[in-house]
Design a binder for this molecule. Structure first.
Ligand code: FES
Length: 374
């Protein structure tokens, strides 16, 4: 047991002018609050992912972590009723004639509860010799009760039919059938506030993006993503998903942990008018930053050009087009063939893991915040 020491924080007036605030003494980061007429001190480091509690919102006795909303009593360091097995360290304070003093080490230690909610991601390990796995992701939006013909979905269906003929395992996910939340932008609070699994997935068993995370990270070898063009961009559902995938890319940023490796992505892009190159370019940038690689000629696309407003003809054209049907089938073949090359040479790819780790991303190393002390 280490000897206790007392450290002066300042006069009462000085502290009153600053609370809540954080101070680092030796290896302890301490959050100081003023509650019910007296100063209190708990660890500044949240049990969840290390968020700064001194920057949280205080309601009554509890402070809410600014990163993902976990709460702690500023008196006892414990969570609210039902979560009170969690506890951050509590420090003793003394108000003396010459100021307020804090005692080290804490009088109550940190208590971390291991959380493993059942809805978190499954690994989907692949048995040796199992066939390639192809995930097809449809991102077009429509009313399922009143469906319309979708050109991007139609080409994806052609690819799916060909994938089945190739005797690969397939999974088709239509984003419009999943009830999932928008990204809450934790990354813009702090790089480490965007976590894997996503904080929404961790917190909310009702959020339905889990199959997409599992599919991309744990299940698929090949991913085909289809999108319509809406006003020159990919679909709004596509971007809703992409924002939630920041947590996959962010693992490279904050932990040098590459979740996507030796996986192939390819795209189907259709629009009544144009901007195909720009949409494809944006998609390549994002999926390459996740860690995906691309086969030769990694996308197929269709549009009728800027002055084609007769969309009924566009639908007819796509329905009748043998060329687009063939192109969709060839796209999935190319993607699977390319993955087979990667898989065959994965020992060599393994040797390349190190140079791939920081990817095309920002070469500057991040200063790591302090870890949660246990
Ligand atoms: S709630 Fe504090 S770091 Fe997540």
């Amino acid at each position: 047991m280490s000897a206790t020491t007392w450290h002066r924080l300042g006069t009462m007036d000085e502290l009153l002018a600053r609370v809540p605030f954080a101070i680092k003494i030796e290896r302890h980061r301490i959050a100081v609050f003023f509650h019910d007429g007296r100063f209190t001190a708990i660890s500044d480091i949240c049990n969840h992912k290390g968020g700064p509690l001194s920057e949280g919102r205080v309601r009554g006795e509890f402070v809410m972590c600014p990163w993902h909303g976990w709460e702690y009593s500023v008196l006892t360091g414990k969570g609210p009723a039902g979560y009170d097995e969690e506890q951050v360290p509590v420090f003793a304070l003394e108000e003396r004639a010459d100021g307020v003093y804090v005692q080290l080490p804490p009088v109550m230690p940190r208590k971390l509860v291991k959380h493993k909610p059942s809805h978190l991601l499954d690994e989907h390990a692949k048995p040796a010799g199992a066939p390639p796995r192809v995930l097809l992701l449809s991102t077009t939006a429509m009313d399922e009760g009143n469906p319309r013909f979708s050109t991007s979905d139609a080409l994806l269906e052609h690819a799916l039919a060909r994938a089945k003929e190739l005797k690969v395992d397939t999974q088709l996910i239509k984003l419009r059938q999943l009830n999932f939340k928008h990204c809450e932008g934790n990354y813009s609070k702090a790089s480490h506030a965007c976590t894997w699994p996503c904080a929404i997935t961790e917190r909310d068993p009702e959020d339905e993006l889990t199959p997409v995370y599992e599919g991309l990270v744990h299940w698929a070898d090949v991913v085909l993503i289809s999108t319509p063009i809406r006003w020159g961009n990919a679909s709004s559902l596509y971007y809703k998903m992409v924002e939630r995938l920041n947590c996959v890319q962010n693992q490279v940023t904050i932990h040098n942990k590459v979740l996507i490796m030796n996986k192939v992505a390819a795209f189907i892009i259709t629009g009544g008018q144009d901007n195909i190159q720009a949409v494809a370019g944006g998609m390549f940038t994002f999926w390459s930053e996740l860690g995906f690689v691309f086969p030769p000629f990694p996308f197929i696309a269709h549009s009728r050009g800027w002055d084609a407003e007769d969309m009924q003809n566009n639908v007819r054209q796509v329905k009748a087009s043998d060329a687009l049907r063939e192109a969709s089938r060839e796209l999935v073949e190319r993607a699977v063939d390319f993955w087979k090359i990667l898989d065959r040479d994965k020992a060599m790819m393994g040797m390349m893991e190190k140079p791939m780790e920081r990817a095309g991303r920002k070469a500057n190393p991040l200063v790591m915040p302090e870890e949660v002390e246990v």
